[in-house]
Design a protein around this ligand. Structure first.
Ligand code: PMT
Length: 409
């Protein structure tokens, strides 16, 4: 699997049709290109009245297709070549006219011919005036498209080109890109699998305003969750980090180790894999003061008595022994010394399938930074060291192993 993310090397045919929202297709195009996709833009005649070919050419550095019978720089018929090579046909904006053509099997321009000829998944983002959208013909056509499994996103409600307020606006480019991402993910090697990921350092309350915690930012866990989502998994992210919720997954927010334990046991009941990137506090204050603890005198210190927290991975292993819980369990080991020996001991004690050993004394790896350098230890005795990589790339390496477990089992 490429480590570029879901769009890396994917061929997307972006159909642009003639509506005022055509200018927003340039943003969609730019986002896709930046994410690594090869974007072939097909413009209808009407689209070219609203936005120039040059805009898309400058964004994609590729020829723009407008004509069924003109072949830019090749010998093959464009609608066949584009239809056969596409991983996704995305039409944004899609006018009532183009929706009508596709729903009725017409192929009188290049875009509608591609729509008819391509076996690739299709996503359409309609944009038009409210009355056109609500017309029974459009609604029937959209129902036909959906019935064939074509995805339709939007339209959104808001201010339209006419100045009126209503349904018919093109949804925002980021939403279109996110929807494209989810569709492409269905072709990934974790499609149909359920993956539970934990992230962040748990917070153990001392009193209503203070807690004991650690330096985990959640970045590693979020990278694993996003990578699993992009490879097609249904993801539950259980997090104590303060990062925004990534799209396309269930996010469960927790504070303490106890809360994380409850959420993990619920989420992993039927899961394919649990990946514990969270830095779970091993200890919590014995008691939580109901009110803010006040200073008593200038010199008097405060002694906090700590007790052991439950070990989440140990509880998961105990459940597995009774036949419930995830098929594959991956732990992390954050170490400051004896990296491999300590990680190996945790692999065995926590009955994991894989452990990701992390030297957290490095300044470019471990807590809070965007990069990481890890060693993967497997139960089969395998040891795989990674170079310094982005956390996303580390996540992909871990998921390569998870995917391999699944094909081997
Ligand atoms: O979040 P970032 O800033 O991106 O940083 C990433 C990271 C350094 C936190 C991450 O890469 C990492 O190493 N996570 C594991 C941290 C940790 O708690 O390691 P540990 O060696 O204490 O625990 C071993 C494993 O047992 C971990 O998978 C942990 O989630 C789990 N555990 C720990 C304690 C506990 N009570 N229950 C557990 O299940």
């Amino acid at each position: 699997m490429s480590h570029q993310g879901i769009f890396g090397g994917k061929r997307i045919v972006l159909g642009v049709t003639g509506g005022i929202a055509a200018y927003k297709a340039a943003t969609v195009c730019s986002r896709l290109v930046q994410a690594g996709a090869l974007v072939d833009v097909v413009m209808t005649e009407a689209a070219q009245k609203f936005i120039s070919q040059l805009t898309f050419q400058a964004l994609t550095h590729r020829p723009i297709y407008t004509d069924m019978f003109h072949i830019p720089g090749g010998e093959n018929i464009p609608h066949i070549v584009l239809a056969d090579s596409a991983d996704l046909l995305l039409i944004a904006p899609a006018t009532a006219n183009t929706i009508g053509k596709v729903a009725n099997g017409l192929a009188d321009n290049l875009l509608s011919a591609i729509a008819l000829a391509t076996p690739a998944p299709k996503l359409m983002a309609p944009a038009m005036e409210t009355d056109m959208w609500r017309h029974p013909a459009t609604q029937r056509n959209v129902a036909t498209l959906k019935g064939w499994g074509i995805e339709v996103i939007g339209p959104a409600a808001g201010r339209l080109a006419s100045g009126a307020m209503g349904e018919g606006r093109l949804v925002e480019p980021d939403e279109i890109v996110a929807a494209a991402q989810i569709i492409l993910a269905r072709q990934g090697d974790l499609a149909g699998r359920t993956v539970v990921v934990t992230a962040g350092g748990t917070r153990e309350a001392i009193d209503p305003v203070r807690f004991v915690s650690n330096h985990s930012s959640g970045k590693m866990g979020y990278a694993v969750a996003e990578a699993a989502r992009d490879r097609g998994a249904q993801v539950t992210l259980i997090t104590s980090a303060n990062l925004p919720a990534p799209f396309g997954m269930a996010v469960v927010r927790v504070d303490s180790a106890q809360e994380m334990l409850d959420a993990v046991l619920t989420a992993t009941d039927q899961a394919t894999a649990l990946i514990m990137a969270a830095a779970v506090a091993d200890f919590r204050p014995l008691t939580v003061a109901e009110q803010k603890i006040k200073k008593r005198g200038d010199t008097e210190g405060l002694v906090l008595e700590l007790v052991r927290n439950p070990d989440i991975l140990a509880e998961v292993a105990a459940r597995k022994a009774t036949g419930t819980g995830p098929d594959i369990t991956v732990g992390f080991a954050a170490e400051t010394h004896d990296l491999l020996a300590n990680a190996h001991e945790k692999l065995k004690r926590k009955r994991l399938d894989l452990i990701v050993a992390n030297d957290v004394t490095a300044t470019d790896a471990g807590f809070a930074v965007d990069t990481n350098r890890v060693t993967l230890l497997g139960t089969d005795g395998s040891i795989e060291e990674t170079p310094l990589m982005t956390k996303r790339e580390v996540a992909e390496t871990i998921l390569d192993r998870v995917a391999r477990f699944l094909t081997d089992s």
